[in-house]
Design a protein around this ligand. Structure first.
Ligand code: NAD
Ligand code: MG
Length: 406
């Protein structure tokens, strides 16, 4: 039987790589493509849906439906739009689903697709950051397998294969340090969105690239690791490794450290999830260790990159603090990309939201892990966004006053 697959966020950076790998693995001959989803880029979405013979193509934007319909005319592919249509697409049975929408918007579709009990290839780290306990217990209940696609977590997953989980002492996440690794604080304070999106090693979507520059990406990944691998917060470490060749490591009780190495190419982690539990040849560059000659490591700097400190705070608050941190970060990122706020203000917004919700919102901190439901995470996400807009406006007001008085 051909494997039924769906790709959420097919037109994005991870989505395009997934489509390419599936085409390389026989495309529609070998796979029954159920649903492909995208955003405004309906021309590309329709092209993918035609090439893979998808049952349905869904755009997240209702006003883009006429264009999607036009682009699919005569193809036999159904067209749909909007949030409800995304969920309906997630309800269509699939054996393998790629969750590659960016942001908390990917949470509900990914969660719904766990009901099929197949593989959920999880690129959307925001799902586990915001609602880890709910996502993992739903996966267990439905006998679905979550295979991480974030390169670090794919690496950790591979390092853990066949190892006794009780012997895991620590998880060492590697971080490239991003484009501002060597910049001083004053220069970082003036950084533009274009500078922040210029990642030194990885080619990714704009939002995750800017998150890499602020190290909020690593902050999310610390929480993601804690949730996915059931370790305590103090077992998660971060080391800066500018070459991004070691994708992450696991340290064991006997002092041994297992590392996963590979080129900085997401097709490695996506292909692993696609072929799991097997390994199949992938079209990625092979490492030339002699050409690389050396691998460097340094301690992360939480003064220039407070996101890492905020992740520790969210981890020690526990409960749904990850949902609040992620939502506040998404709002702050919107403000930075729109040039309403300077780069360092993103961390200030997140800090203000965590502090306020810790003081005011019982749901965020007082939910015992086992009791956390998807709806709780969505409520905390919603409230954190409201507080974050307020915090961002306040910071922007302060800046404008300062500019007027200057
Ligand atoms: P991207 O911005 O390139 O693509 C995002 C996709 O989601 C697009 O198809 C877009 O149309 C869709 N989308 C955006 N907003 C949406 C919304 N509100 N509702 C429905 N669909 C929406 O993003 P990306 O870089 O491919 O990242 C996707 C996910 O994978 C993110 O969670 C990211 O953190 C994670 N990830 C990406 C990489 C990478 O190399 N790009 C690496 C590790 C993890
Ligand atoms: Mg990553």
């Amino acid at each position: 039987m051909r494997r039924r697959i769906s790709i959420f966020g097919a037109t994005g950076s991870v989505g395009e790589n997934t489509v390419a790998l599936i085409e390389g693995a026989g495309g529609r001959e070998m796979h029954e493509v159920v649903a492909l989803t995208g955003g405004r880029n309906v021309a590309r979405l329709a092209e993918q849906a035609r090439a893979l013979g998808a049952q349905i193509a869904v755009t997240a934007h209702e006003d883009a439906l006429p264009d999607l319909r036009d682009a699919l005319a005569g193809s036999g592919v159904e067209a749909a739009a909007g949030t409800a249509a995304l969920l309906e697409a997630a309800d269509r049975p699939a054996d393998w689903t790629m969750s590659a929408i960016v942001g908390a918007a990917g949470l509900a579709p990914g969660y719904r697709s766990l009901a099929h009990g197949g593989v959920l290839a999880l690129a959307n780290k925001e799902s586990v950051v915001a609602a880890g306990p709910a996502v993992l217990s739903e996966a267990a209940r439905r006998k679905a397998r979550i295979i991480p696609v974030d390169s670090e977590h794919s690496a950790i997953f591979q390092c853990l294969a066949g190892e006794p989980r009780a012997a895991v002492e620590r998880i060492i996440l590697t971080a490239s340090g991003g484009p501002f690794r060597t910049w001083d604080a004053a220069r970082i304070a003036r950084a533009t969105p274009a500078e922040a999106a210029a990642h030194p090693n990885w080619e990714m979507g704009q939002r995750i690239s800017v998150d890499s520059a602020s190290m909020f990406n690593k902050a999310l990944e610390m929480i993601e690791a804690r949730e996915l691998f059931d370790v305590s917060p103090d077992q998660v470490e971060v080391v800066v490794h500018p070459q991004s060749i070691i994708h992450s490591m696991v340290g064991f009780a006997d002092g041994a450290v297992m590392a996963h190495l590979g080129p900085s190419d997401m097709r490695g982690a996506i292909g692993y999830a696609l072929n799991w539990p097997d390994r199949a040849p992938l079209p990625v560059e092979r490492l030339d260790l002699v050409a690389l000659a050396r691998l460097d490591f340094e301690a992360p700097d939480t003064h220039r990159f407070p996101a890492l400190r905020l992740a520790r705070e969210a981890l020690s608050l526990g409960g749904l603090a990850g949902a609040a941190l992620n939502a506040a970060k998404e709002v702050a990122l919107d403000h930075f990309l729109a040039r309403h706020l300077p780069f360092p203000a993103m961390a200030a917004v997140v800090e203000a939201v965590l502090e306020r919700m810790n003081a005011e919102d019982a749901l965020m901190t007082r939910s015992p892990r086992a009791a956390i439901r998807l709806e709780d995470a969505l409520s905390v996400d919603h409230l954190a966004r409201i507080h974050a807009v307020e915090a961002a406006n306040k910071l922007q007001g302060t800046r404008m006053n300062r500019a007027e008085n200057a």
